[in-house]
Design a protein around this ligand. Sequence first.
Ligand code: URA
Ligand code: SF4
Length: 212
Amino acid sequence: MARRVHTPGSAADFLPARKTLPALRAAAAGCRGCDLYRRGTQTVFGEGSPRPRVMMIGEQPGHEEDLAGHPFVGPAGRLLDRALAAASIAREDVYVTNVVKHFKWEPRGKRRIHAKPNQMEIAACLPWLEAELEVVEPDAVVCLGATAAQALLGPRFRVTKQRGQWVRAPLAERVLATVHPSAILRAPDDEARHREFDRFVADLVRVRAVLG
Ligand code: URA
Ligand code: SF4
C-alpha cells in the first residue's frame, strides 16, 4: 500500500474513550486536530446546562472568548443573552457551543480580526460538536449563522431562505437556523439593528414555543 505523505488530522484522534462532558472538555483542551490550535490562546469548549433544552451553536470563539476560555462572553454573547431574555428562554436551560473551538484570527495593527474557518478546519473540529450533541441530548438545536447551519444541515442550506423553520438533521431531530448575533451587531444603523434584533427574538420565540 502506498504510504501517505500527509494525513490531515482531525479532532477524532483526540476523543476520549468514555464520552462525558468533563472528559470531552479535558480532551479538547489538548486538541491538535487542525492548525488552529497554534493560533488561538486555548480551546473554547461548549458550556451550559448538562441537560439543556436548547443547544445554541455559533461559528467559533471570538477575541474575548479566546482570552476568557468561555463561549459567547463577548459582544455577540451579550446580545444573545438579551435576546434569550426577551424570548423568555432561561439561560440555565441553554448549552452554548461553536462549530470550531479555536479562535481563527488575522492581525490588523495591534488587533486580532476574526477570520472565517475553512472547510478543512470545520470538518476537523466537527467530532467535538457531534460528541457534545450525543452527550447533552438537547431537545432543540439552534444554529446561529451559516457556518453552524451548513455544518449540521449541509452546504446547500441557506439561512436567508430557511431561517426560523424547523428542520431535521442527521445529528439532531429538531433544528432551527437563524442569523448570527454578530451579524446583528454589524447592522449599518440603529434602526436596522433594532429591526434585526426583533427578528432574531421572533425566531427564538419559535424555539421557546416547542419547549413547552
Ligand atoms: N461568536 C461565535 O460564533 N461564538 C462565540 O463564542 C462568540 C462569538
Ligand atoms: Fe482541534 Fe478544533 Fe482546535 Fe482544530 S479548531 S485544534 S480541531 S479543537
